[in-house]
Design a protein around this ligand. Structure first.
Ligand SMILES: NC(=O)c1ccc[n+]([C@@H]2O[C@H](COP(=O)([O-])OP(=O)(O)OC[C@H]3O[C@@H](n4cnc5c(N)ncnc54)[C@H](OP(=O)(O)O)[C@@H]3O)[C@@H](O)[C@H]2O)c1
Length: 156
């Protein structure tokens, strides 16, 4: 089962350089509740950004897969995936894809569930989620707060 989890504005903005353009504590808590201890896949840009944030503390996941085209890359706390599509073609377990833009785009065709936090308001940045064809998914849960519309979509 492949889950994608991300936060974006209505115009699909997800990042600014290597960072997220907003700091919304309730969404961070929501993200952590879903991904803590789980097997995750992320791109190397997102990985290094998280390593910078957590510094010497371990990243709060279970098994970590990091996507990189660099065949020489070795990481102490993660397994490097050189070909995301080949990896997903053969992957059978529960997986949480946690970014960033490049890796979400590669993984979207494989997604069973989309956990999308729609961030209200306007932010600036330069990283966008590839457009989602919502005709291919059905909304199965949502919850609205002042700052965020949390949604869960299942592949139709
Ligand atoms: N809003 C959210 O929920 C959210 C969540 C996570 C991240 N983000 C944002 O997303 C942005 C980062 O996205 P990004 O696209 O720059 O980086 P990314 O997706 O984290 O990583 C991209 C890297 O993946 C590797 N890669 C590319 N194609 C590949 C393939 N076919 N197989 C294996 N590896 C492959 C390349 O690494 P090499 O260069 O090493 O080859 C590439 O540089 C940041 O702004 C971050 O804040 C937002």
């Amino acid at each position: 089962m492949i889950n994608l989890i991300w936060a974006m504005t209505d115009d699909y903005l997800i990042g600014d350089g290597a960072v997220i353009p907003w700091h919304i504590k309730e969404d961070l808590i929501y993200y952590k509740e879903h991904t803590a201890g789980k097997t995750v896949l992320m791109g190397d840009t997102t990985y290094y950004s998280l390593k910078g944030y957590y510094k010497k503390r371990p990243l709060p996941y279970g098994k970590i897969y990091v996507a990189s085209l660099n065949k020489d890359l070795v990481l102490a706390d993660a397994v490097v995936v050189n070909d995301v599509e080949d990896f997903l073609d053969n992957y059978q377990e529960e997986l949480w894809v946690v970014g960033g833009a490049t890796i979400y785009a590669l993984c979207l065709p494989y997604a069973d569930y989309l956990y999308i936090s729609f961030i209200k308001g306007k932010y600036s940045g330069n990283k966008y989620f590839k457009e989602v064809d919502f005709k291919k998914f059905k909304l199965i849960w949502d919850k609205e707060t002042k700052d965020v519309h949390y949604t869960l979509y299942e592949r139709a």
